[in-house]
Ligand binder design. Structure first.
Ligand code: PA5
Ligand code: NI
Length: 195
């Protein structure tokens, strides 16, 4: 039995899909080890396990041929100097791509390959970003006032590999320096093992 065609809407200012099946919430405690300033992370967590980002998804079969899609909302804030961001991941089926369409806010997509190539692209309303196959991706909200809201779509069989990024981190960080976002090297980044 095939899915029947369907339509839904993304309406400003919230952009929460008018139809969705899953609402995923990620709090600070889910990001242990991801922020470079561990002391700032622990200090913040001891006060409140704050909501960092949310995903609204439509449930579809996780098979090649389907296109999984939904909305990602990263709230504004910082841990130390580092802006709120998603965990970030490679796809389990590494050579699967993803498209992001920014609806609201400002930020960056931080990306890298298993070989250690990296790229950072700006996200702003109207920006369409193509994340090619094999590139890990993490969205970062550089506004301290507004949500960063993106629509995403990726192949149904892609899956999420979070472990690689949890172990090695991203090569680049987006931090606030003198009141402005800056892209800096991650001092704790470990290069991927030589294969
Ligand atoms: O598929 C994607 O890349 C997005 O839907 C992300 O899953 C979403 O932005 C949340 O990020 P993460 O899965 O890294 O926690
Ligand atoms: Ni993805």
């Amino acid at each position: 039995m095939k899915n029947a065609p369907f339509t839904f809407e993304l309406n400003p200012p919230e952009f929460i899909p008018s139809r969705y099946d899953n609402h995923i919430t990620r709090r600070l405690s889910a990001m242990k080890g991801q922020y470079s300033n561990a002391a700032a992370f622990e200090a913040m967590l001891s006060k409140e396990d704050i909501l960092l980002y949310e995903v609204y998804e439509l449930k579809l079969p996780e098979v090649a041929g389907e296109l999984l899609h939904g909305i990602s909302i990263v709230h504004p804030g910082k841990v130390g100097d580092e802006y709120f961001m998603t965990k970030g991941h490679f796809h389990t089926v590494l050579d699967t791509a993803e498209v992001y369409y920014c609806q609201k806010g400002e930020g960056y997509m931080v990306m890298e390959t298993p070989e250690g190539d990296w790229s950072v692209e700006a996200l702003y309303p109207g920006a369409v970003l193509y994340v090619p196959p094999c590139w890990a991706h993490r969205s970062v909200n550089t506004s301290l006032a507004e949500d960063l809201i993106t629509f995403f779509v990726y192949p149904g069989n892609a899956g999420h590999d979070y472990g690689t990024i949890e172990d090695q981190g991203f090569r680049t960080l987006v931090v606030e320096q003198d009141g402005e976002p800056a892209i800096v090297d991650n001092p704790r980044w470990t290069s991927p093992p030589v294969k």
